[in-house]
Design a protein around this ligand. Structure first.
Ligand code: FES
Length: 196
């Protein structure tokens, strides 16, 4: 599948180069078509330190997983993360569909709804493109959007990751954040999408 090439002088991407394989795309499309399974399995959780809290760890780590703190996330430098079960100390990395893109952005530019899901300017969304399931991880600083390299869909992370360009038909799924002690955590289970 031909990939759209962006001007590399204006983009910031995490080092993880994984993109959707054909099998991944088929799986994502199947999931979206059936509406039976959420792309991200979330434990019913809480905003503050509670047993079973889900933290976040760098998706590129292979061992020695260190939960992310807000200070680990730089302005306009997205990283890919996996949920991390604080009780078992294991990342939920069995599927790339669990990947989350985490980025710090200016809070004053966020809509109230997006700001309410953020922590110190850090926001999180599923990194799985709602078009055909590629990783969405490229920040385009001139346009202030997160872009998918596969077919150039662009998402406005200041406003719920709504689609502003390209073939994707729906926003990236928002991941509400909270602080669990000093660490970023997933604040609450996601509301079901229509049809789920
Ligand atoms: S997979 Fe097609 S735009 Fe992302």
């Amino acid at each position: 599948m031909k990939q759209r090439i962006f001007d590399k002088t204006e983009v910031t991407s995490p080092p993880d180069s994984a993109c959707a394989t054909n099998a991944d795309r088929r799986r994502v499309i199947s999931i979206m078509a059936t509406g039976l399974v959420s792309p991200i399995a979330l434990t019913p959780g809480s905003a503050q330190a509670k047993p079973g809290a889900e933290l976040l760890v760098d998706a590129g780590a292979e061992a020695d997983f260190k939960p992310l703190r807000p200070a680990d996330i730089q302005m306009a430098k997205p990283i890919l993360a996996f949920p991390f079960d604080a009780a078992t100390e294991k990342p939920k990395n069995e599927s790339r569909l669990n990947k989350i893109v985490v980025i710090r952005l200016p809070e004053e530019k966020m809509t109230p709804e997006t700001r309410a899901r953020s922590v110190s300017g850090v926001v999180a969304y599923s990194s799985i493109c709602t078009h055909q399931g590629c990783d969405v991880k490229t920040w385009m600083s001139k346009e202030n959007v997160l872009a998918c390299y596969c077919h150039a869909s662009k998402f406005d992370l200041f406003d719920g990751a709504k689609v502003v360009a390209g073939p994707a038909s729906s926003a990236l799924r928002a991941i509400p954040l909270a602080l669990d002690g000093e660490f970023l955590s997933i604040a609450a289970p996601l509301p079901p999408k229509a049809g789920e």
